[in-house]
Write a protein that binds this ligand. Structure first.
Ligand code: KG4
Ligand code: ZN
Length: 348
């Protein structure tokens, strides 16, 4: 099944064409137009600017992907079997652009369309260009989704069947990384910069709190950790590069400890066979290593982690997530497509 995936829910206009089967999801063409340079001046994504940039970028990006794929296929007029576009959750300014373009293409090409959930996309990023085939996925699977907008643990009972176990009550993990990055003087997004500094720091230098790590639910809270970081910087300003690295390592470890501890407890309670990591923060090496070690401690659980190329928002994951829905012909007529900025993956 050839699937065109379109993602525009935040600050990346990303389009990909995948050849999907039960055995493999192969990316045949892809292109992303990022906007970080525009938003970093403001320390975060400005929705109005994001919408305008998506509108400028999306048609050239789609055209480039289609041309590259058609050339590979040796067919000038080749069309995909399915068009998948993110219709939520995310910024309405961006969602509208991607969804409208997808609707137009669906109408003009007479190709069926699937409205995709962004979080379901992140969950399926583990199958892209990966040796693990989707047909081997064993349920129940536990999904830890950690991004700039989301931090949640979702139980996946089957394809398309999700139950929420817990989510953040305030800031998302990526948001905490970005806000503390800003306090440290890093450009947006601060997450990757903190993890780079953390690699050479001492994780036990500062005893940051581990909010809600032992609470008997699966919710999270990172706003307090951000405040603790603020007070720490106010009371003991960093004096040199090594202290900055130690600060980053200690802060990062606090987030990783909370995420890994809660994932482990949920994995045991629900006797899951698979753990899936997804979302931008899945690029964090400490989190990846922490989950790997934890998974080895509980038997018969397979950990699936996206390749770092597909950790951040991308069109390929949207195409990947559409495959099982495409097989079941879960299409939506373009006239009925509605974007929903607050669409939760566990809402039908
Ligand atoms: O999934 P994503 O691309 O966009 C959203 O849907 O939010 O995630 C972006 C988030 C940002 O908060 C960014 O700082 C974080 O992922 N991030 C990281 C790392 N790489 C990206 N956080 C910690 N460590 C990283 N290496
Ligand atoms: Zn995302």
């Amino acid at each position: 099944m050839y699937i065109l995936g379109i993602e525009s829910s935040c600050d990346d206009t990303s389009v990909a064409l995948l050849d999907c089967s039960d055995d493999a999801f192969v990316v045949l063409a892809e292109k992303t137009a990022g906007q970080v340079d525009v938003h970093k001046k403001y320390g975060g994504v400005v929705p109005e600017l994001a919408g305008r940039m998506h509108a400028e970028n999306i048609l050239p990006v789609v055209e480039e992907v289609m041309n590259e794929w058609r050339e590979k296929m040796g067919k000038k007029n080749a069309l995909p079997d399915v068009i998948a576009a993110t219709t939520g959750p995310g910024l309405i300014t961006g969602l509208l652009v991607g969804a409208e373009v997808a609707k137009n293409l669906s109408y003009l090409w007479n190709v069926p369309m699937i409205a995709m959930n962004h979080i379901e996309g992140h969950i399926h990023s583990v199958f892209i260009n990966n040796h693990f085939p989707i047909s081997s996925l064993q349920f129940p699977a536990l999904c830890l989704i950690v991004s700039g907008g989301h931090t949640e643990i979702v139980l996946m009972r089957d394809f398309g069947e999700y139950d929420l176990l817990g989510k953040t009550r305030d800031d998302a993990a990526g948001e905490a990384f970005d806000k503390v990055g800003k306090l440290l003087g890093f450009e947006y997004p601060g997450g990757p910069k903190i993890s780079k500094f953390a690699a050479e720091g001492n994780t036990t230098a500062i005893p940051f709190p581990r909010p809600m790590m032992s609470s008997d639910d699966y919710d999270f809270s990172f706003a307090g950790l951000k405040t603790a970081a603020l007070y720490e910087l106010r009371d003991r300003p960093l004096e040199n590069e090594q202290e900055k690295k130690d600060f980053c390592a200690s802060f990062e470890q606090a987030i990783v400890d909370v995420l890994v501890t809660k994932t482990k407890r949920a994995a045991k309670e629900f006797s899951v066979k698979t753990i899936i990591l997804g979302g931008g923060v899945s690029a964090n090496p400490k989190l990846r290593a922490g989950l790997q070690t934890m998974t080895q401690e509980i038997s018969n659980v397979r950990l699936l982690i996206p390749s770092t190329n597909y950790s951040m928002d991308n069109g390929a994951m949207i195409a990947a997530a559409a495959y099982m829905r495409g097989k079941k012909k879960e299409f939506t007529a373009w006239q009925d497509i509605v974007v929903n900025p607050n669409w939760e993956v566990y809402d039908k």
